[in-house]
Design a protein around this ligand. Structure first.
Ligand code: SF4
Length: 224
């Protein structure tokens, strides 16, 4: 049994709001961080968590490949919610990245590109925390279907997914009820938004991540 099994059993029976309130029964508040990609519906979880823990560090991975609109949305949401934003940059310079993987690393080796620009820098920062809060949901990918509300991932990091069992409609309703903004590219048809070279319109609502990596993969590796 995982060390997080018992608290997971308790948290699973609660609403998302109650889960957020109760997580400090298991982890000290000053050892908890939340990550955000400032993607389509990211403002929902950020609001849910920061209205309880206003000073919680919000980790944003600036890969250097984001849409301008994402960076603007990040700044707007940070200002709106008063977030304690921490922007994380890759350790490897772009010069070295291009020298190792070529001018278009997201085409030649997207797995390695994600590792260098996302997974490695996040793992480094997460050594400062005991718990990582993420807004991933069961319905997003096949890998996420089997995750737990509170889990230990294969990199031995404790992760908390308060809205794991929400569907897109519930996230949308939460945003509407709380008058929260959505990413500006959503109205242009983007249902899942990551780095610009690896994001396209996709096939529609049945699979809202179908526009990521041209359908070749559906996880960057952070949530594996
Ligand atoms: S999403 Fe694309 S550009 Fe961003 S780190 Fe991964 S492969 Fe590179």
């Amino acid at each position: 049994m995982s060390e997080n099994q018992k608290p997971n059993d308790i948290l699973s029976l609660l609403t998302a709001d109650q889960r957020v309130q109760r997580i400090v029964d298991f982890f000290p508040v000053d050892r908890i961080a939340i990550s955000s990609s400032f993607g389509t519906f990211s403002a929902g979880l950020l609001h849910l968590v920061t209205r309880v823990y206003p000073d919680i560090p919000v980790l944003f991975l600036d890969t250097g490949f984001h849409f301008e609109e994402t960076l603007k949305f990040r700044d707007d949401v940070t200002s709106l919610l008063g977030l304690n934003l921490i922007t994380i940059k890759p350790v490897m310079t772009k010069e070295r990245l291009f020298s190792e993987l070529g001018e278009h690393p997201y085409k030649t080796n997207p797995t390695r590109c994600c590792q260098i620009n996302k997974v490695d820098p996040m793992d480094l920062v997460l050594t400062d925390y005991d718990l990582w809060i993420s807004g991933i949901r069961n319905s997003q990918t096949s890998n996420r279907t089997s995750l737990s509300i509170l889990t230990t991932n294969n990199r031995n990091q404790s992760k908390f997914h308060p809205i794991l069992d929400w569907n897109s409609r519930q996230v949308w309703d939460y945003l509407q009820e709380n008058h929260l903004p959505v990413h500006p590219l959503f109205e242009k048809g983007f249902t899942s938004i990551g780095c610009e070279p690896c994001t396209s319109l996709g096939t529609g609502e049945a699979d809202d991540r179908s526009g990521r990596w041209g359908g070749d993969k559906n996880e960057c590796g952070l949530h594996l």
